[in-house]
Design a binder for this molecule. Structure first.
Ligand code: ADP
Length: 274
């Protein structure tokens, strides 16, 4: 599949159309494979926190005369609940990237709304770790695309930033417009002060199911699909996602997406945004 997709890109002009179709097909197959693998994995992954919650609630009931034990069990229940929430969120994201043509219902999407949604999504987890989240530069910026998919992409980046950072650190989200030959782009950068990613792993983290530390990732409900979804959404919107990271110091994931420009989509412009 991957080899076909690559050869399509270097094909001579004459056979371009056919090869583009081939590329589309392999991409569709790739997504279908992700979905199949995910459904197989997720049912197994869901069992773990559900089983733990059931045992822990029994433990709480048996420890009603020991407040300290109750608190300890409740803390673990909270961790398992977070894990469950993250898994369900991943299911939601995956269903959002299912439609064949993501740009069919593309519209101008306000960057500040995407950012608020992404922050809301991990507010609880950030709160328990006392992680500060701050956003800047988002005012008056609009990207062009499928709202649900864009929310899934940014949500995953912010969620990872929180997941892979120690307590009492900062997660920053900064947006800006960048001039580019093919039309202006909107750049949204998510920066954390977390564990960082080695150069070796940087090349692989966008692959589906790849996790640097499966044990740690699983503890937070990670399935290794998040960045594959982000990459897919970016590419299908004509954008890209890149990473900068320094091990032990933190990471910045940058999402570049086409701006919802006046000339490109005036006809589709949402009345409220004028
Ligand atoms: P997961 O569900 O495991 O978070 P992702 O596809 O979102 O899967 O990420 C793949 C892997 O990349 C993670 O398991 C983690 O090892 C690494 N990773 C992703 N984001 C970050 C980050 N902000 N800081 C450090 N490591 C990260």
């Amino acid at each position: 599949g991957e080899a076909l997709a690559v050869s399509a890109r270097v094909a001579p002009l004459g056979s371009r159309l056919v090869l583009l179709l081939v590329e589309d097909l392999t991409e569709a197959r790739r997504i279908e494979a992700v979905r199949r693998d995910f459904v197989a994995n997720v049912s197994h992954e869901l069992k773990t926190p559900v089983g733990a919650l059931s045992l822990l609630s029994e433990a709480v009931m048996g420890a009603s005369d020991d407040p300290e034990a109750v608190e300890r069990f409740a803390g673990r229940m909270q961790i398992e609940a977070t894990r469950l929430t993250n898994l369900v969120q991943e299911l939601i994201d995956l269903s959002r990237v299912q439609n064949d043509d993501p740009l069919e219902d593309a519209e101008p999407v306000r960057v500040d709304e995407l950012v608020v949604e992404a922050i809301d999504r991990c507010r609880h987890q950030a709160g328990t770790k006392q992680i500060t989240m701050a956003a800047g530069g988002t005012a008056d910026l609009h990207v062009w695309g499928n709202r649900g998919q864009l929310a899934a992409a940014l949500g995953n980046l912010v969620e990872n930033a929180v997941n892979y950072s120690p307590a009492r650190t900062r997660v920053g989200i900064a947006a800006r417009r960048v001039t580019a030959p093919g039309g202006d782009l909107i750049e949204i950068a998510v920066t954390d002060q977390g564990i960082g990613i080695s150069d070796k792993d940087k090349e692989r983290i966008f692959e589906r199911f790849y996790r640097v530390d499966p044990a740690r990732s699983r503890a937070t409900g990670g399935t290794g699909l998040g960045l594959a979804i982000v990459k897919h959404v970016a590419a299908s919107h004509g954008g890209e996602v890149t990473v900068w990271s320094s091990e032990g110091q933190g990471s910045t994931f940058t999402l570049r997406l086409p701006e919802a420009g006046a000339s490109r989509d005036r006809a589709h412009q949402h009345p409220l945004l004028d």
